[in-house]
Design a protein around this ligand. Structure first.
Ligand code: ASP
Length: 341
């Protein structure tokens, strides 16, 4: 009898201990919702902390500027789609970033651009790959979403579709920048020195990562994601990265919006943006837990970085590459602008 009583005591204590544990917060519990929020990135990689001061200032100033473009639209009641398109347009026009002007070169010395946009409220999306004459690829991707019955156009087909729209066109030489061209030359030299499949050195990775993206939640509760890139330096003929693959580099639904940057092949193989969204949905995890799962458990160190917002207006930005140009803000006045982890 005594034995049963003490077992009962242990059982009761265990029950009590369990009941007293703070409940894990899940995303379905009511929580304070920010009216709007936005996060953006300008690429993840291995940027040295010894970067020259003037260059660092140029990056920080452009991240601030990009953030103010998007946040002003949202604060004035504009849509998440407008906010992310205009934010990405600014980054595409800025040659510091590997998208639009400033895009990296393919192994054949061309600039071939990829972009995708997704509207979380309709689950519609638009994507393009391999365009060479469209000044702002994200705007063409948006037109694919709104003005065509398809989701994804490639190369010549994407150019033909662009002919039917009013998006601004440029000569391919517009995308030339000396620094990106030199990066290609270095990559080609290194390639000759390497035999077989040698892992990338940190220096090589630093040249290769870039890409810009933005995610937002607007005052109407709609979420959207956009990503635009020149891809990876020295990419081979016809290579398509993660960016325009819906669910890999870009994804949005009515709960989260995600944009990726990093090693496109790894991002793609893990269907990364969609993985974060499904972890959030099916696990009931918070945005930060979902981000941690993707960056720390699904991907490997050095692979990639992501930005995301959720239906409550929370934002999260995380990379496992050492650095990611990034910025975020919300209607509560929270704000973060940074480069290193
Ligand atoms: N993810 C991009 C790609 O693989 C590159 C990058 O983010 O820099 O095309």
């Amino acid at each position: 009898m005594k034995k049963y009583l003490s077992l009962l005591t242990i059982f009761s204590l265990l029950m009590l201990a369990t009941a007293c544990q703070p409940a894990e917060q899940t995303n379905s519990e009511p929580q304070e919702t920010k009216e709007w929020s936005i996060a953006l990135h300008g690429g993840a990689g291995y940027v040295s902390e010894n970067m020259p001061e003037d260059r660092k200032e140029a990056y920080m100033a452009s991240l601030e500027e990009a953030l103010s473009i998007g946040s002003e639209i949202l604060a004035n009641g504009g849509s998440a789609l407008d906010a992310i398109e205009k934010t990405v347009n600014y980054l595409e026009d800025n040659e510091l970033y590997n998208a639009g002007k400033g895009a990296v070169f393919t192994s054949e010395g061309r600039n071939e651009l990829d972009a995708a946009i997704m509207d979380g409220s309709t689950l519609n999306a638009g994507a393009i790959t391999g365009v060479t004459t469209v000044k702002n690829p994200i705007s063409l991707a948006r037109k694919v979403m709104t003005d065509s019955k398809h989701v994804f156009f490639s190369a010549d087909g994407a150019e033909t579709f662009a002919d039917e729209t009013d998006v601004e066109r440029v000569d391919p030489s517009y995308f030339y920048t000396e620094s990106r061209y030199q990066s290609l030359q270095r990559a080609l030299e290194q390639e000759e020195e390497q035999s077989g499949l040698t892992p990338l050195t940190d220096e090589q990775k630093a040249w290769k990562y870039g890409t810009v993206g933005a995610v937002a939640k607007d005052v109407n509760g709609n979420l959207a994601a956009a990503t635009s890139t020149g891809g990876m330096t020295n990419k081979k003929y016809g290579r398509v990265g993660d960016v325009p693959i819906i669910g890999s580099g870009t994804y949005a639904n009515d709960e989260v919006a995600v944009s990726a940057t990093g090693w496109g092949e790894k991002i793609m193989l893990n269907v990364s943006a969609h993985t974060l969204a499904m972890f959030y949905k099916l696990k009931g995890a918070t945005l930060q837990e979902s981000m941690d799962y993707l960056v720390d458990e699904v991907l490997e160190p050095g692979d990639a970085g992501f930005i995301a917002v959720d239906k409550y207006g929370n934002y999260s930005m995380k990379t496992n590459t050492g650095s990611m140009f990034r910025a975020a803000t919300d209607s509560d006045g929270n704000k973060e602008v940074g480069i290193w982890e």
